[in-house]
Design a protein around this ligand. Structure first.
Ligand code: MG
Length: 383
């Protein structure tokens, strides 16, 4: 009755494309472990990510809107789940390793600070003399070091392939765990995870921006990707309410982008003749990509999102507040380390004071950072 790991591994060899990463060929984990009886290496990675504390905290971290602004908006967790869904669709269509792509996307935003990119910018500036701060690098710190769940190793001890996908580019910094070998390109599953993230946030940010009234539909009609998606939705949902047509517009756009990636990648992989993961890694350009025309139109659409949504006065107000909160927290902990929990100050020696404080702040949820800010304010007032 029970289907064992070996059966999945054999099936992968039959079902997946030559250029797909096979779980039985994984380059393994930094600390060797026996394989699981009925889960493949990448299924196990995915499960370790889902069971981590950092994953649960994503629910209370900002995507664009701070969590108390409305229950319908995306947070970091729902963004991650939508991205993972897009990744599975693309991976399956291209006969790539769906479990690996899913594990990468589920882990890709673990390192995000509270309050989204505003928090990342503040920490990066504060840590200028100590190596800076970047959420991709922080995601790797979490899975390699900061999660404490297993005997015998720190972190989640994920496979090299999942870590390769989380790392993305730019390993020009100190990381205490050996990094996956650097290659010109990442495996296809890592490449597609990156685009699935972009497809997910572009669509759901449009959706949230319109719902919140920060984006205006009439401003979007000048953008060809949006206009085509809207026309398709209107034709498909004749006689439906505006709510249905609006939802179908997002559906159409998402489908258009995912389909474009699938078709473009299929062509490029075939043209490059890359028939193994290592052949893919040696190529001089990523094979999973948007077509030139969609990439251009998407750039125009994202520019609009950037100017009208991410820089909208209402979003900027929240951004300024977030910057102040994280800046205050960092300064307070630097000045008075006794305010920190012991597990943080205990790492001053090994990780450096700045990095240990940044790890602590980056791990906070929006709500915890706000509460901690109030607590420290009260302590300060009581001086
Ligand atoms: Mg993301």
């Amino acid at each position: 009755m029970i289907r064992l790991r070996e059966a999945y591994e054999a099936e992968e060899r039959e079902r997946l494309a030559g250029c797909a990463v096979k779980s039985a060929d994984s380059r393994g984990r930094v600390v060797p472990e026996p394989e699981h009886r009925y889960r493949t290496a990448f299924q196990r990675d995915r499960d370790r990510v889902v069971h981590s504390r950092a994953f649960r905290r994503l629910e209370y971290k900002t995507q664009v809107f701070v969590h108390h602004e409305g229950d319908h908006y995306r947070n970091r967790l729902t963004h991650t789940l939508e991205g993972a869904q897009v990744a599975r669709t693309i991976a399956r269509a291209l006969r790539l390793n769906e479990d690996l792509a899913e594990a990468i996307v589920l882990a890709h935003d673990l390192g995000h600070t509270p309050f989204g990119h505003a928090g990342e910018r503040v920490l990066d500036a504060l840590l200028e003399a100590d190596g800076g701060f970047d959420h991709n690098r922080q995601s790797l710190r979490i899975v390699d070091l900061l999660e404490e769940r297993y005997p015998g190793f720190r972190g989640l001890n994920l496979t090299q392939e999942t870590r390769e996908g989380i790392l993305k580019h730019g390993a020009g910094w100190d990381h205490p765990v050996p990094l996956p070998p650097e290659t010109p390109q990442h495996c296809l599953e890592a490449q597609l995870a990156d685009l699935a993230d972009e497809i997910a946030y572009t669509n759901h940010d449009l959706d949230d921006g319109l719902r919140a009234g920060l984006l205006r539909p009439e401003d979007l009609t000048g953008l060809s990707l949006w206009r085509e998606a809207r026309e398709k939705a209107e034709a498909r949902a004749v006689g439906s309410s505006e709510a249905v047509i609006a939802a179908q517009t997002i559906v159409s756009l998402l489908d258009r982008l995912a389909t474009d990636v699938i078709e473009t990648a299929a062509q490029r992989i075939a043209a490059a003749g890359a028939d193994s993961p290592d052949a893919v890694r040696a190529l001089d350009a990523p094979a999973v990509a948007f077509s030139d025309s969609v990439r251009h139109e998407l750039r125009v659409l994202k520019k609009h999102l950037f100017e009208r949504f991410y820089l909208h006065p209402r979003v900027l107000r929240a951004t300024r507040r977030a910057e102040r909160i994280l800046g205050d927290l960092y300064e307070a902990y630097r000045r008075a380390p006794e305010l920190l929990p012991e597990h943080v100050s205990a790492r001053f020696e090994t990780d450096g004071r700045a990095r240990a404080i940044a790890d602590y702040i980056a791990g906070m949820t929006d709500g915890f950072a706000q509460a901690e800010h109030r607590r420290l304010g009260r302590l300060h007032d009581g001086d």
